[in-house]
Design a protein. Structure first.
Length: 114
């Protein structure tokens, strides 16, 4: 009788524990849209440095600081419009042209500072 009662109790426990289904008991509703977050500005934003300065000129040479950019104007180029030159790792670029030893436009040489 003891074995029969033990088997009955274990069988009942096993049967009742399997009757839970696969529902999630966390109580959260996955159909609720997330609340949007509002971005905040940093408490102490760093002041931004000017992105470009005027290039140094000497006669027909324009010098661009290394790893930086500057603006220049050549009267015979684009009717004297202001242009920007950039020097990155020894290569100067302006107007879509990039060269390692400098660029000559309208008799003026644009090169990286040494």
């Amino acid at each position: 009788m003891n074995k029969f009662l033990s088997v009955l109790v274990l069988g009942s426990a096993l049967a009742l524990s399997a009757c839970g289904g696969d529902s999630d008991s966390s109580g959260s509703d996955n159909n609720t849209p997330a609340k949007p977050t509002i971005p905040t500005a940093p408490a102490n934003p760093k002041p931004t440095a000017p992105t470009s300065t005027t290039c140094k000129t000497s006669g027909t040479n324009i010098t661009v600081p290394n790893n930086s950019s500057c603006t220049f104007s050549i009267p015979v180029l684009n009717d004297g419009a202001i242009n920007t030159a950039t020097c990155n790792n020894g290569a100067v670029s302006t107007g879509g042209i990039t060269a390692g030893n400098g660029i000559t436009l309208g008799g003026v040489t644009i090169s990286c500072a040494k």
